[in-house]
Design a protein around this ligand. Structure first.
Ligand SMILES: [Zn+2]
Length: 281
């Protein structure tokens, strides 16, 4: 039985919310300068994440990387680390707090403590027309974690080796030479590229629905620092029905890296957060 509501329950519920981190307190990226640099950038690398596999890639600070849907609707799970320092990695939770549940152009991927700096800035998103649908769903979320063999085992009792968590682990192990057991500890909550998700309004449960992505759609980023990235082509395909299995139609995702001859005007690679880490008396 739930606790009986107090006499002023409705008054408490009626309190108007405030935004935790208003947009105007965040440094704003100069997208026009980024785009001007991008116009003269040349492609220096390309990798393909095969269906139910992951691929790694490196992007120098001042460069760009583009994730493209190629053969059919497909969701990608993205991890990024500071190249040369796996301890600095994408911080999904703080990024969500700063930018909201789903990312698009102008939003940043922020790194974990004690670094907390922009790792990458989204400069192009061909799904930015989607907005928030009638179910509260939107694309490119930072609310999910990544499909993984532990939750799969918990819920089904089965074993599946090609969840995004495992795909990212294998890709990071291969990129760094670390044993898989060590590499696994650096795999983190993802940016769910092209995935369409939300929370149900009545029960607050995490939901997914068929991604609106189609071949040719892409999401493009500017690298604020030197990056190592890994992208998994989720075994859920467009995530319309299930994941953690070989049942869904699954397609590759392409990652291209571009480097401009000159970095964007006035741009400086961000330093780690300036807090002194003394934490008071
Ligand atoms: Zn997945």
């Amino acid at each position: 039985m739930p606790t009986p509501p107090p006499a002023d329950a409705e008054a408490r519920r009626a309190i108007v919310p405030v935004i935790c981190y208003p947009d105007d307190t965040l440094p704003v990226p100069d997208l026009a300068a980024y785009r001007a640099a991008r116009a003269s950038a040349v492609k220096v690398a390309e990798v393909v994440a095969a269906p139910r596999e992951a691929a790694s890639f490196e992007v120098p600070a001042g460069g760009f990387f583009r994730i493209t849907c190629v053969d059919g609707p497909q969701v990608g799970d993205l991890n990024v680390w500071a190249r040369g320092n796996l301890a600095e990695r994408f911080f999904s939770g703080k990024t969500r707090a700063l930018h909201g549940t789903h990312l698009s152009t102008g939003d940043r991927m922020w790194s974990c403590f004690p670094y907390l700096r922009p790792m990458a800035t989204i400069v192009a998103d061909t799904l930015d027309w989607y907005g928030i649908d009638a179910y509260g769903g939107s694309v490119h979320d930072v609310i999910g974690t990544r499909c993984d063999p532990y939750t799969h085992r918990l819920l089904s009792g089965g074993t599946y080796h090609h969840c995004c968590h495992s795909n990212l682990t294998r890709a990071l192990a291969e990129a760094t030479g670390l044993p898989r057991t060590e590499a696994e500890a650096y795999v983190h909550d993802v940016l769910n590229v092209f995935m369409c998700t939300g929370f149900t309004r009545d029960t607050g449960q995490y939901f997914m629905k068929a991604s609106p992505v189609r071949p040719g759609d892409h999401l493009e980023f500017f690298a604020e620092i030197d990056l190592l990235g890994a992208l998994s082509a989720c075994p859920g395909g467009d995530c319309s029905a299930e994941h953690s299995s070989d049942a869904a139609a699954c397609y590759p995702l392409r990652v291209e890296v571009f480097v401009p001859p000159e970095p964007p005007a006035e741009w400086v690679s961000p330093a780690p957060n300036g807090y002194d880490r003394q934490h008071g008396d």
